[in-house]
Design a protein around this ligand. Structure first.
Ligand code: NDP
Length: 302
């Protein structure tokens, strides 16, 4: 059985550290850190994610500001809301909750966020900073994976890493971060031929394909470290009766890979909690910088 890379536990530890950082600096800063969450429309999953982020903020002493606009809000009005948050001195981080309702294009809206308040690290400037190895807010999910690997003692230097998926949200920044940590990185996507032959070369395999249970034993080299970014809700089996609850699964067939890998992230409880925690790290980092205070969290940002 592989070692569990327990994102839930590490997220709790980092939250405790963040709470101390905030408590020790709040008086000098003259205000708490602030995270603004901008939600447009009523996507139900987004409602749950936003509530989780607000709760996480409260646990570490970050003030959260929620702006909830109707699904039919014109782009110009969303832009106005973003500009107000950019100008608000109490806001250190801004998060535009995705997905947006049909008809709203995320590109220009993400681009309108002040790059130094870009809590999700998805602004073009911040992706460029990552590419050049310059400091800046990092994309939360891949940065969370890096923190989990580092804190679990997974050696990356000189190792062969394969990332399955090339999205701007996960796959691309993940590959850049692994490369910056001196891994030799390959990126696979939907047109990759013989995926299993490539993934079997990986010492560290990160799967972010958004395909439930696509990676099995045939894709994994014995002893590899496997990180499953995917998260999917499986409807309950109707034969299990009315009390049956939806289950979560990842992109990896956990029960097949667990006996082969040396370490593996569970779903849930692996990458997901780390993503929320890195959002907090980006916000507190921005608060320290904007308040002219020392920045004690650099080790958590790749
Ligand atoms: P996208 O759909 O944007 O990207 C998926 C990527 O996987 C694409 O590059 C696609 O290739 C590639 N892909 C799809 N099918 C295959 C295949 N059969 N073989 C190889 N590559 C394939 O998804 P995201 O990157 O946004 O998210 C990926 C997963 O991670 C999702 O399940 C999402 O829910 C989850 N996620 C989890 C988070 C967390 O906190 N745990 C946070 C963010 C995402 P191509 O480019 O050719 O289309």
């Amino acid at each position: 059985m592989a070692t569990r890379l327990d994102g839930r536990l590490l997220a709790q530890e980092i939250e405790q550290r963040l709470a101390v950082v905030v408590a020790e600096r709040r008086e000098r800063a003259g205000r708490p850190p602030g995270l603004a969450v901008l939600r447009v429309g009523d996507d139900p999953a987004s409602g749950v994610y936003v509530a989780n982020k607000e709760k996480a903020c409260a646990r570490v002493g970050i003030r959260s500001f929620l702006t909830h606009l109707e699904a039919g809000t014109p782009a110009e009005e969303v832009l106005t809301a973003i500009r107000q948050l950019n100008a608000d001195p109490c806001v250190d981080g801004i998060l535009l909750q995705l997905p947006l309702p049909a008809g709203l294009c995320e590109g220009p809206l993400l681009a309108a966020i002040d790059p130094d308040k870009d809590a999700d690290g998805l602004h073009t400037l911040n992706l460029g900073r990552l590419l050049k190895g310059e400091p800046g807010p990092r994309s939360c999910t891949p940065a969370g994976v890096m923190a989990l690997l580092a804190c679990s003692g997974v050696e990356l230097r000189g190792k062969r890493a394969v990332v399955v998926g090339r999205s701007i949200l996960v796959g691309q920044p993940m590959a850049l971060m692994l490369q910056a940590a001196d891994a030799t990185v390959s990126v696979a996507h939907s047109r990759t031929s013989d995926l299993a032959a490539l993934t079997r070369q990986a010492d560290v395999l990160v799967v972010a394909a958004g395909r439930p249970r696509m990676i099995g034993a045939e894709h994994v080299k014995p002893g590899a470290v496997v990180v499953d970014v995917g998260i999917h809700r499986l409807d309950p089996d109707p034969s299990a009766g009315p009390q049956a609850r939806a289950k979560l699964c990842g992109d990896v067939r956990f029960e097949e890979v667990d006996p082969i890998a040396s370490a593996i992230t569970p779903v849930p409880g692996g990458v997901g909690p780390m993503t929320v925690t890195l959002l907090l790290v980006n916000t507190v980092t921005s608060w320290c910088q904007r308040s002219g205070l020392d920045q004690p969290l650099a080790d958590l940002l790749p």
